[in-house]
Structure formats: C-alpha cells, structure tokens
Design a protein around this ligand. Sequence first.
Ligand code: RTP
Ligand code: MG
Length: 161
Amino acid sequence: MTLSLAPGLRRYGTVGRMANVERTLVLVKPDGVERGLIGRILTRIEERGFAFQALELREATRDVLDAHYAEHTAKPFYPGLVEYMTSGPVVAIVVMGAQAVSSFRSVAGATDPVKAAPGTIRGDFGRDWGDGEIRNLVHGSDSPENAEREIAIWFPGLARH
Ligand code: RTP
Ligand code: MG
C-alpha cells in the first residue's frame, strides 16, 4: 500500500520540488519560549500542513539581530527590540510550503497583540504588558525575498544562491 500524504507533506522524496518551494523564517521570540508556548506555536504551523526544514533553540546575538532587522536598526524602538530579543533563547525555524510567507503572517496576526485578531498566535497569546515594549511571541518573514535573506542569516548552510 502506498502511503498518501497531503501535497505540502510530499517533500522528502522530491528534491526537485523542494528546490522551488517557498520558505519562510519563523522565530518563537523570547516571550514565547519563556511562557512555555513553543509547542502550541509549532502546532499552529503543523496544523496548517507546513513542513519544518530546520528548527533550533538558540541565543540571538546582536550581529544576527542587526542583520535580521536591518530595516529597523535606525528606528527609535530598535534598542528596546534588541533588549527584548536577547532577553532569552529563541526558536529559529525554517518553514516550507506553497505561500508559506503569507500563510504564516496570517497565522501570526497583527504586529500589535492588542489589535491582533483572536485565532491568531498574537491575538490568542499576546497582550500589552504595560511597559511600552511590543512582545508579540513570533516573527515571520514579510516577503519571499526577505525570507531567503533571513534564512541565510540564521541558517547559512541552507542559503540558496
Ligand atoms: P516581525 O518582523 O518581528 O515578524 O514583526 P512585524 O513584521 O509584524 O513588525 P515589524 O514592523 O517588522 O517590527 C519588528 C518588531 O519590532 C517590534 N516593534 N516595536 N515599539 C514599537 O513601536 C515597535 N514597533 C515594532 C515588534 O516586536 C515587531 O514585531
Ligand atoms: Mg517584520
């Protein structure tokens, strides 16, 4: 009997398809790790049928954050963002599947957890903690181009050239 998998999961034996499939870089931010939400966040991704290509618990360094958040380094909130992102370990994940970038952005919800819709990760698990810092549990790349740029930063061995 041949095991039948959903199209998004038919990945291991199809290297040709894997070369083209969209990827996105997801981070479970330090508040997600500290609050014990890794499992529930990963479940949201798995429930939608996306695959993990890489998944690692690690500390975000200043150099990695400067590269990752290059568009934000000059903004007033950047020092607070670095403090938040280095306050504990993160889980860095490469998620694969058609339209992975926009699909994960929908699952994550709006940047501000107060405005994020219920049913999203940020809307279900986030809140304003009253200290002016937006702690929103997850990062998801905002375009396929940025996804590849970010994957090359976090997982140089998986960079596509
Ligand atoms: P992310 O890059 O982390 O997935 O979040 P995002 O696209 O929804 O939001 P973005 O505009 O890229 O901002 C990156 C992260 O910086 C923090 N932030 N703080 N205090 C503020 O005004 C402010 N604005 C943004 C948030 O942690 C946000 O996710
Ligand atoms: Mg962003």
